[in-house]
Structure formats: C-alpha cells, structure tokens
Ligand binder design. Sequence first.
Ligand SMILES: [Fe+2]
Length: 300
Amino acid sequence: MQSPFLLENESAYQAWRSRKLESYPTHALQLIVEVGDPRKPTQAECEAILRVCRKTNMAIYASKISPDPDKSIPRLLGQKLGLYRLDSNMLADEDGVTSLKVVESAPRQGYIPYTNRPIKWHTDGYYNSPDRQIRGMILHCVQSAGQGGENALLDHEIAYLLIRDENPDYVRALMQLDAMTIPARVEEDGVARPDAVGPVFSVHPESGDLHMRYTARTRSITWKQDAATLAAVAFLEKLLDSDLPYIYRARLEPGMGLICNNVLHDRAGFNDDETHRRLLYRARYYDRIAGTGVGEVYGL
Ligand SMILES: [Fe+2]
C-alpha cells in the first residue's frame, strides 16, 4: 500500500491530491442526501451517502421524520454503513449513544458538551488511548435550538493537504508520536483518563488511511516544544480561523444528521427556548465508514 499520506510517497500524494481536489464541494448543501427514514435507509440512499463520503469524508442526511427521540436512529444507520464498534465513554448512556443537550445536574453539569457554550475546532476522542481512536461518528439531531448551534466542518484530509502544500516539515512535525499531549484529568465529557500522548496525523499501517487527533483548546494541552511543531500548529489554527471554501457551515435541524470519518468540526453557542431545546444523539465508532478507504476510493 502506497499511502499518499506518508511523506516519502510524493508521487502517490500528487496523484491523490489532484483527484481529491477535482470537483471538491465548496458548500454544505452539496453534502446533503435526502433519506426517508434513517433507521432503514434504502440501498440507493446508502449509496448516495457513500458517494458523498468518499469525496469529503462526511455527508449530511436529511429526513422528514418529525422530532423523534429514538436512540436507535444513529445505531441502525451506522450499521448500514459499516459503523459497528461503538465507543462508550463514562457519560454515554448505556446503549453507547450520547445525548447531547444542556444538563444542569451532576455528573454532566459543567462539561462543555452539556452546556450551550461554543466548542472549538476538534476531532472527537482526541484524548482517547491509541487503541480507542475514533474513526467514525454520527450526530443525529432530534431537536435544534431556538437559536444557534451551527457546526463548522472541515475534511481532515483537506487540512492535511493544505498543511503539506504549505510545508511538508509541518506534516512531519505533526506526525511525531509525542506531538500532542492532553494531560491526565477528568475530561470535558467526564472521562477520567491518564495522559493522552500521540501524533496529530497518523497513517493506518494496513489501509493507509489518515487519522487526525486535534483540539484547538489552549488550556490543558501540551504541544511538543520544537519549532516545527509550534509553527505547524500556528498554521493549522490560522487555516481553521479563515474563510476557506472547504470549511462548511451547517445547522442540523430535526431529522437531520452528520455521518463522517471523524472530520474536524466545531460548534457555535446556542440558546434554547421553551419549544426548541437542542438535543443531538452522538455515536462514536472505532470504524471508518465502509468503502471510504483511500485504497478503495483512489486505488493507490
Ligand atoms: Fe465533537
């Protein structure tokens, strides 16, 4: 496997790069796939989701099901697309699917995902141990907020591409096994864990797929103190803060959801009102969406 994401494979990278950028969507509307019922998508609907995901590592499905607090929705949809192995953190419900909403009681109280505050750019589970990295994710919207709560989304492969184009040494720095450390603590979503030390970018030894661990948080994070890492992180921050055409912005409305290979995302702050209390179900997986691997899509 000649992974284009390994720095030594320059010709594979160039071949992948030009195909990746060919007709690359520049608006969130291009990610939307209509589905009847996400619990039982038809084969054509699954193929449409897959087609979008093969390009951008994410798709937004839109269904007409009314606000329906059915936690089987992400699980059943995931199974149709190769997402099986759920990550279950301490605050996930027993079924491994997390209900994201404003919570004013312990133990969730005070953890940012359970408030209405904005969440900075990140990939999910960046503090997980190496054997529990999150490769796939579904966010299903049962109810949107009275106001706010949009997500910004960026394909992590595009982030990689822009960084490598800028300076391959930045990629090298971000691939160091000790590039990013999240010190031991009780995590924002309640997970008690040891130091999480690892690279930002890593390449799966068999599939050649790219994985990204990242958070834009500035507290309780230690970047490797070498010039290349610090410059790479500064460049990435600047990218995420810009109005790149590759950064999508979308608000999930009831019945809609995001299915992705754990792409970069943030969340705007929001305000609930009496009839619009934001509720999203989140399912995190150790699997990628089936059929979206770099070998399967690009045959490199
Ligand atoms: Fe997230």
